[in-house]
Design a protein around this ligand. Structure first.
Ligand SMILES: Cc1cc2nc3c(=O)[nH]c(=O)nc-3n(C[C@H](O)[C@H](O)[C@H](O)COP(=O)(O)OP(=O)(O)OC[C@H]3O[C@@H](n4cnc5c(N)ncnc54)[C@H](O)[C@@H]3O)c2cc1C
Length: 301
């Protein structure tokens, strides 16, 4: 429960998201990345649940990564779990397996259809359809904290932004304790999401998702990650970068300004997608003296 208190206190909380490794070399890199970020004293680390790969592989990879993080860091472990491709009975067994492996909370998700986020959804035989049902299933089995997904630009197949916010409120009523947003690149998108959620009756803490753009992040995937267009000022800076180093510098400056604006505006914490490596995340945390970088409070406006 410790990390949930940190999120609720809005101290602000700090968390890092990792993708499971597929082989021994990947596992070593993951352990190294986690150990490096450990000095920043994250409140929790999370492990994604592979969209690709067969059902057994994605589960085994996530379980292994959760166990690895349990050895590599004292931070709480949050297991992402998607209901896609699983029956209800399988999901119950998976929840138990994650808890036995060191997971201390869940991010309860639907997952995307195999043909992409906007493809028609088909439930697995004996399975669930929406994330709120998975929240209920986990809540019935465990008191562990449960997070859910939130979408600053709306989920790609949402009927409307208002309906999307109503879905978030439903997830909260089903037992969700907090939400983590899709990657965002402008603070205003977060504040608009928070306002819509409040209007729909969802007052759970929403942690904004941050992904610093670096020379190693595939730019063609950035808009897919965020579900919305890049702000024009960021696109200009990205286009003007003449090298990977310049791009990383521009991405770092943008992320520092973004995180500062979010925290000043009352975001309860920040959740870093570490897909571009540990260095950029570390640099943003140090620039803003977040958590372990200096036992810091909220930056002053
Ligand atoms: C922070 C974060 C982490 C993620 N991690 C992973 C991961 O590890 N692995 C992975 O595969 N994917 C991950 N995803 C992607 C996620 O699985 C997809 O975005 C998926 O398409 C939606 O998941 P959801 O949990 O929001 O689903 P849902 O809440 O079920 O929503 C899916 C769609 O159904 C609609 N809907 C929901 N409830 C209802 C209802 N009661 N009535 C009518 N319509 C409804 C929603 O509006 C939405 O359009 C992550 C996303 C985020 C934001």
């Amino acid at each position: 429960m410790g990390f949930l208190n940190a999120i609720r206190a809005g101290a602000p909380s700090l968390s890092f998201e990792f993708t499971p490794a597929r082989d021994a070399a990947g596992a070593e890199a993951l352990a190294e990345r986690a150990a490096r970020l450990e000095s920043l004293a994250p409140d929790f680390v999370s492990v994604t649940y592979g969209a690709a790969g067969n059902t057994a592989d994605r589960l085994d990879n996530s379980i292994r990564a959760t166990a690895l993080l349990a050895r590599a860091t004292p931070a709480a472990r949050l297991a992402h779990l998607t209901l896609a491709g699983h029956s209800r009975a399988e999901l119950e067994q998976i929840v138990a397996r994650f808890l036995a492996t060191g997971a201390e909370g869940f991010l309860a998700l639907r997952g995307d259809p195999p043909d992409g986020p906007t493809a028609p959804w088909r439930a697995a035989p004996g399975g669930l359809t929406h994330a709120f049902e998975l929240v209920r299933l986990i809540r019935a089995l465990s008191p562990a904290p449960i997070g859910v997904a939130a979408f600053p630009h709306g989920h790609p197949s949402a009927e409307s932004l208002e309906h999307d916010a109503a879905v978030l409120a439903l997830k909260q009523r089903s037992g969700a304790d907090f939400a983590v947003s899709q990657v965002l690149f402008e603070a205003e998108a977060y504040f608009r999401l928070r306002d819509r959620a409040a209007t729909a009756g969802a007052d759970l803490p929403i942690i904004p998702g941050i992904m610093p753009i670096t020379g190693s992040v595939r730019l063609d995937r950035v808009e897919t990650f965020s579900g919305g267009p890049l702000p024009p000022a960021l696109s200009e800076r990205v286009a003007a970068a003449a090298s990977g180093d310049e791009l990383s510098r521009a991405g770092l400056e943008w992320s520092v300004e973004l995180v500062r604006d979010l925290l000043v505006g009352g975001a309860p914490g920040v959740h870093f997608y570490t897909v571009g490596g540990a260095q950029a995340t570390e640099a943003v945390c140090h620039a803003l003296e977040l958590k372990g970088a200096r036992q810091l409070g909220r930056p002053q406006p």
